[in-house]
Design a protein around this ligand. Structure first.
Ligand code: UGA
Length: 348
C-alpha cells in the first residue's frame, strides 16, 4: 500500500545506519526502496512485503537512481565512505563518492521537489574547542590541506552548505543530521584483517579476538561520545516522521553526551567485557595494549580530534528525543553478537 509521504528511498541501505533504519521504517509500515551494491545486512528487511531492494552502482547508473527519486517522497542519502583510514589513503575516491554523487542526489531532489534527509557528520566540527558542539553556533575548525584527514569533514560541510542554500533560496525541504560515533553489532566487519579498515570499537574487538595488540593511537587520550545505533535510529525515525514539519530546515546532532570515554578507557571496557565470556576470558587476560603515533598508524596526513561532545538540546526540544543506552550495554550487545552469534531484541 502506498500512502502519500511514506515512500522512502534509502541510498546506501546495506550500510550500518542504512540497514538499521530500513528495518525501523519497515516496522513502522513505511514503504521502503533500498539501493546498494549488496544486501547482506538486509535479510530481515527482505521478509517485508513493503520493501524493495535495488542493486545499483550509483556512480555508474545515476539514471536509475533518478527514476527512483522521482517515485519516492523522501530520500535518505547515506552513500559515503566514512572510515578515517580511507580519508588519508584514498581521498579522491572519498571525494568522488561522498561529494560528486551526493551533489547529484541533492540537485535531483531540488528538481523533483523531494524531501531530503541528509547525513552530515560529527567530523564537521573538526578541532572545535567548544565543550559541547552546537549545530548553529559552533565553529567548524579544520586543519591544513596536507592533513588529508579533513577531506571528509570538508566535503560534508560543503554538502551541508549546499543543502542549506537550496533550502533557503529554492525551497528544498530538508533535514540534516550529524551522527556521533554510532556503534552496534553490525558497524564494521569484525573479521576484516586490515588494521584501520574498521572504526575503533570493531578494530579493538577484532584485535582481542585474534590475539593482536590493541593499538592506542597517540596514547588513546582522545575522547569520543559513543551512541548506540538503536538510539540513533529512534531519532532518525522522529526526523522522518516530521510531526507538523518540526524537522524541516533543521540540523540535529545525534549523539550521547553522557557516554564520553577516552579511547584508552574504551579498550579497558572491551577487555573487561570479554572476560564475561568464559570461552574468551584467556584472550582478554592476555590482551596487549601498545601506543602508536597517529602518523605511524594512519600516515602523516592524519590529524585527530581531542574531544567531540554533541549538544543534543535541539533533538530534545524539537523531537522529544534523548539517548537511553550506555556503553557497557552496547558493548554487551556487540560481543553477544560476535562471540555468541546472538542478536539483541531491537528496542525500536
Ligand atoms: C569516525 C569517522 O570519521 C566518521 O565517519 C564518523 O562520522 C565519525 O567517526 C562518527 O561516527 O562520529 P573517528 O571517531 O575518528 O571518526 O573514528 P574511529 O576510527 O572510530 O576512531 C576513533 C579514535 O580511535 C581515533 O582517535 C583513532 O585515532 C583511534 N583509534 C582507532 C585507535 O586508537 N586505535 C585503532 O586501532 C583505531
Amino acid at each position: 500500500m502506498n500512502v502519500s509521504g511514506r515512500r522512502i528511498l534509502i541510498l546506501g541501505a546495506n550500510g550500518f545506519i542504512g540497514s538499521s533504519l530500513t528495518l525501523g521504517l519497515l516496522r513502522k509500515n513505511y514503504d521502503v526502496v533500498g539501493v546498494d551494491l549488496s544486501d547482506f545486512n538486509l535479510n530481515e528487511s527482505k521478509k517485508f512485503a513493503n520493501f524493495l531492494f535495488r542493486k545499483i552502482d550509483v556512480l555508474q547508473n545515476f539514471d536509475e537512481v533518478e527514476s527512483l527519486i522521482k517515485e519516492c517522497d523522501i530520500v535518505v542519502a547515506l552513500v559515503a565512505i566514512a572510515v578515517p583510514s580511507m580519508y588519508v589513503k584514498n581521498p579522491i575516491a572519498v571525494y568522488n563518492l561522498d561529494y560528486e554523487h551526493n551533489v547529484q542526489v541533492i540537485k535531483t531532489c531540488v528538481q523533483y521537489g523531494k524531501r531530503i534527509v541528509f547525513p552530515s557528520t560529527s567530523e564537521v566540527y573538526g578541532m572545535c574547542s567548544d565543550k559541547a558542539f552546537d549545530e548553529r553556533l559552533s565553529q567548524l575548525v579544520l586543519g591544513s590541506i596536507e592533513k588529508e584527514r579533513w577531506i571528509y569533514s570538508c566535503i560534508k560541510q560543503m554538502l551541508d552548505r549546499l543543502i542549506w542554500a537550496y533550502g533557503k533560496h529554492e525551497g528544498l525541504q530538508f533535514t540534516i543530521f550529524r551522527p556521533f560515533n554510532f556503534i552496534g553489532p553490525k558497524l564494521d566487519n569484525i573479521k576484516a584483517q586490515q588494521e584501520g579498515a574498521s572504526r575503533v570499537i570493531t578494530q579493538f574487538a577484532h584485535n582481542i579476538l585474534n590475539s593482536k595488540p590493541i593499538k592506542l593511537v597517540d596514547g588513546g587520550f582522545q575522547k569520543r561520545c559513543f551512541t548506540f545505533i538503536d538510539d540513533g535510529i529512534d531519532c532518525l525515525l522522529k526526523i522522518i516522521e516530521n510531526k507538523n514539519g518540526c524537522a524541516d530546515g533543521q540540523i540535529f546532532n545525534i549523539g550521547n553526551p553522557t557516554e564520553e570515554y577516552s579511547i584508552k578507557e574504551l579498550a579497558d571496557i572491551l577487555i573487561s567485557a570479554f572476560k564475561e565470556y568464559p570461552e574468551y576470558t584467556h584472550l582478554a587476560e592476555n590482551a596487549e595494549i601498545v601506543s602508536m603515533a597517529g602518523s605511524e598508524y594512519y600516515g602523516k596526513a592524519y590529524e585527530d580530534v581531542g574531544r567531540r561532545v554533541p549538544s543534543i538540546a535541539n533533538a530534545k526540544s524539537i523531537l522529544g528525543w534523548s539517548p537511553k543506552t550506555d556503553i557497557r550495554t552496547a558493548v554487551k550487545y556487540i560481543l553477544d553478537y560476535h562471540l555468541l552469534g546472538k542478536d539483541y531484541e531491537a528496542c525500536i
